[in-house]
Design a protein. Structure first.
Length: 302
């Protein structure tokens, strides 16, 4: 389970350290049977960052993003007869818990995509749709003030955005990320971009051009037959990723070993002991001799 994995994977921290090597990141969404709240997740001293899932579409009802946190965590919707943004999520209780996490020094990111999403951009519009999406997310979830009355989390702002595009083209995600970084440069606090590519490097839903622009890369060593944790190919895949990480002279983007916190019936779930061994292996100096500062910690799905 989650808590036992955390106890094996990383020590506790007082606050998230972007330069750290033992950070614990946890995805928080709507897996079946979940009973934990965001508040209780952040109360665990081992958790440094939470990634909320998901924005399922950039162009949902009336052209606004579809935020899908599930009925348990974000049950509210703007009235269907509203002219501006009918159906846009309204999440005051979740917003209060996000603020509570941040008050403890933990970061809260918002993820884009997931396995059942439509989060691709038009590849023939010179990046306009990507820049428009960045502007809209900045105004709805960041520090933008163009649409304050529509913000799902009210005046609470997230600490950045995660790219988990699992379906369709990766075109113009680099444009999106660059545009978002321009907004981050105006922010009153540090804000971050992350991406969660599949361990199988032939999977092209997130491009290397995009990965070169993010702060954290959460490589998913699960749901892939050839490179999931527990398979014979995962160590070779790990080395491939280490060799391919962009910006080798810099400590960023950071690499995070990403696994499952529960058995989802697919490949990649391992025991807490085996996960701890995988973390130890991933941090071996001979594997990371090119730049040991690239290792940022571990990430757990849900």
């Amino acid at each position: 389970g989650l808590l036992s994995l955390i106890s094996y994977a990383a020590p506790s921290h007082q606050a998230f350290d972007a330069n750290g090597t033992t950070n614990m990141v946890v995805y928080f969404s709507q897996s079946s049977g979940k009973s934990a709240s965001l508040a209780s997740t952040c109360a665990d001293p081992s958790v440094d960052m939470v990634v909320l899932g998901f924005i399922r579409s950039f162009n949902g009802t009336a052209g606004y993003p579809t935020l899908d946190m599930g009925p348990t965590f974000c049950p509210g919707r703007r009235p269907s007869n509203e002219t501006t943004a009918p159906g846009l999520a309204v999440c005051p209780q979740l917003a209060q818990q996000i603020q509570g996490c941040q008050d403890q020094g933990k970061k809260v990111m918002l993820s884009i995509g997931g396995s059942t999403s439509n989060t691709t951009f038009d590849s023939n519009d010179d990046g306009r749709s990507a820049r428009d999406a960045a502007a809209q997310l900045w105004n709805l979830f960041g520090e933008g003030n163009a649409e304050t009355e529509l913000r799902p989390f009210g005046n609470v702002t997230v600490d950045g955005f995660d790219i988990d595009n699992e379906v369709g083209s990766s075109d113009n995600y680099d444009v999106f990320t660059s545009a978002m970084r321009d907004y981050f440069n105006t922010a009153s606090k540090p804000m971050y971009m992350s991406a969660a590519p599949l361990c199988q490097m032939s999977n092209k839903t997130i491009s290397m051009d995009t990965l070169a622009l993010v702060d954290f890369i959460f490589v998913r060593f699960y749901n892939a037959q050839k490179c999931s944790l527990g398979t014979r190919g995962w160590t070779a895949s790990l080395q491939q990723w280490y060799n391919a990480l962009p910006n080798p002279a810099s400590s960023f983007p950071k690499f995070y070993l990403t696994g499952l916190s529960f058995d989802n019936g697919n490949t990649g779930y391992v025991s807490a002991e085996d996960f701890a061994s995988a973390v130890d292996f991933a941090m071996r100096p001979d594997l990371m001799k090119f730049n040991a500062a690239k290792f940022g910690g571990v990430t757990l799905w849900d």
